[in-house]
Design a protein around this ligand. Sequence first.
Ligand SMILES: Cc1ncc(C[n+]2csc(CCOP(=O)(O)OP(=O)(O)O)c2C)c(N)n1
Ligand code: SF4
Ligand SMILES: [Mg+2]
Length: 299
Amino acid sequence: MSKEKIQICEDLYDIMPPEYQDMVENATYGKEGRGWKDIGESKELIEQHSLCAGCPEAIAFRYVLASLPNPENTVMVGSTGCTSLVFPHVAVHNIHSLFGNQNAVASGLARALKVRFPDVQKDVVVLAGDGATVDIGLDMTMQSWFRGEKFTTICFDNELYANTGGQESGLMQKGFVAKMAPVGKLFDKVRLPEIAREAGCHYVACLTVSKPQRVEKALRNAIFVAREFGPTYIQLYTPCILEIGKQSMEGLDEMKSAETVGGRFVFKEYMTDAVKDFLADLEAKEKAQKKTAKKPVTA
Ligand SMILES: Cc1ncc(C[n+]2csc(CCOP(=O)(O)OP(=O)(O)O)c2C)c(N)n1
Ligand code: SF4
Ligand SMILES: [Mg+2]
C-alpha cells in the first residue's frame, strides 16, 4: 500500500481543507498492520458524518474502514439509507447504487475490475442497511450469492427502515412497534445469516459492533475468503437509537445486551471446512510474521 492515491497536487495544496491535508499527512495508508486501534490517532478514511449523534452506524463505519486490508484498492458499494449519508465523507472509492441493487452493481464491478486489473488485488465490499439487503434488495443479494460472486456483503442491521422514519423490515424483531409500523411485527426476524450460509456464502458472521477487534477480525476474514473462495456475508447490529428511544450514549449498552446469551445478536460464525483450514493457515502465517518482526536486530 502507499499514500500515492490520496496525495494532493502541490499547486493546490494550500487551498485544500485542513482536514484533508491532515488526512494526507497522518494517514495510515501504507502502514503495516493498520486496524481499529488507529482510530483516534488518525482521521483517515472518514472525516466526519451526518448521522444522528451517537448512532452506532458511525462507529461501525469507522471500524469497517479501519479494518479494510487494502483500502486504496477497495471499492465500496452502498445503497440509500442512513449508511449512504456517510459515504460522501469517506476516502475510499465508492458507488451509490439504486436502493436494493447494490449486490447486482457489485457483481458487475467485481468482474470488470478483474478484467481491467488482472494483476492487482481489488476488493469489492457492499455496505447497506437491512431494508436494502433483505427486503427490497433480497433478490439481488441472493442471486449474487447463488452465482458465487467474489465479494463481501455487509449489512448494517438496525432492524427497520431508519432513514425513512421507521418502517418494518424483514430483520425487525417480532412484536416491535416502529413509528411508521404501528401494528407491530407479526413474524420472526428473518434468519439471514443462515440463509446466507445456505445460499452459498463461504464465510458468514453475525455480531454487534461493541467489540472492535471482533469486527476487525470478521471483516478481514470475510474479505480474504471472498478473494479466494466466493461470497461472504457480515451482519452487524447497529441499533437505531432514535427509533428504540435511547440516548446518544446508550447505543453500546443496547448492543451489549443484545449479544448476551439468549439475545438476538449472540456472536455467530459459519464457514466451510475449506475456509476453516484457510483461515487457520492465515492466522499461523500472521503470527509467524509478527514474531519475526519482534525479533531484535543483531549486528
Ligand atoms: C428504489 C427506492 N425505493 C425506495 C426508496 C426509499 N428509501 C430510502 S431509504 C429507505 C430505507 C432504508 O432502510 P435500510 O436499508 O434499512 O437503511 P437504514 O436507513 O435503516 O440504515 C427507503 C425505503 C428509495 N430511495 N429508492
Ligand atoms: S435515524 Fe437511526 S440509524 Fe439513522 S442516523 Fe439516526 S440513529 Fe442512526
Ligand atoms: Mg435499517
